[in-house]
Ligand binder design. Sequence first.
Ligand SMILES: Nc1ncnc2c1ncn2[C@@H]1O[C@H](COP(=O)(O)OP(=O)(O)OP(=O)(O)O)[C@@H](O)[C@H]1O
Ligand SMILES: [Mg+2]
Length: 319
Amino acid sequence: MDKNLKLYTKDLNLFYGSTQALKNVTVDIEKNKVTALIGPSGCGKSTFLKTLNRMNDLVHNVKITGEVYLDGSNVYEEFDVVDLRKKVGMVFQKPNPFPMSIYENIAYGPKIHGIKSKSRLDEIVEKSLIASALWDEVKDRLKQNALGLSGGQQQRLCIARVLAVEPEVVLMDEPTSALDPIGRKEILDTISQLSGRTTVFFSTHILNDVERVCDIVAIINHGRLLTQQNISSLRRSYSFRKIYLEFEGEPDISAILKGHLWIDRLEKSNKGWYLHPTDLKAAQQALPRLIADHGLVLRRFELVEPSLEDIFVRLVNNQ
Ligand SMILES: Nc1ncnc2c1ncn2[C@@H]1O[C@H](COP(=O)(O)OP(=O)(O)OP(=O)(O)O)[C@@H](O)[C@H]1O
Ligand SMILES: [Mg+2]
């Protein structure tokens, strides 16, 4: 086993009855790095995350084939579920606080694992809530019921609850999707701080989040892994570039550019246009004349590297 691999799957298949939700998924999750799992709605992200700490064990009619390894040991054959979940914590897509106080939600796990000292528990509760960026909002009402918190606060509480038992791996299913931009930034900061000492694997729809905090990205579609790479090498291997055009008077250029073979698609941005070429060189050669022939006055003409979003759209469309 590669010593930098914390968790990996090999040819993982999962069936809900006769519907196959995961198809031969082989993913490597590196130790103490942040890996993102992205893919369209319904592609199997939640299903995949849950198989990593055996959350599908009790789901009716689920069949799993293939393997999942944690530190080189088979998660389905060599682990007791309680031990596994102490090492691999999970934050679910929908926040699920226990119907008890904010304090007790966090102290619950450490208590189960044998911590009895009140001062030690106080410390853990405070540290975990600070790490999940919730402390300032709840420090004066720790005894209140957690179900009274807002959706975003409940999500941060669930993150704190997982961090309280100091798992080696933290799985998070769309941890930022229920949050406002400030809440999102705070959770991303928490994820960044975990990086280097905890292995984080999280699913998301928000590609900006991936660019901000991840080392590696795995992309799935229809239950199949399309690629897994670190972000810079993903950019290199899909280094198609697009052209940004901006004109005086901001004219609509879609009719002028219609029908040329070197154009794949045209995308309107705030002040200008992104032209996605099928043939970059041909586009660069043809554009100046076309622009001049139509009397357009160019303000900006730039070659732009693809964003993660562009790569994602292309990968999913090409499948
Ligand atoms: N308990 C279940 N029983 C039957 N089918 C299920 C079950 N859970 C999920 N599925 C199906 O498996 C597929 C993958 O679902 P999953 O929830 O893993 O997708 P997802 O990528 O997490 O989607 P989203 O981004 O919307 O959360 C979907 O087609 C879904 O309908
Ligand atoms: Mg999901």
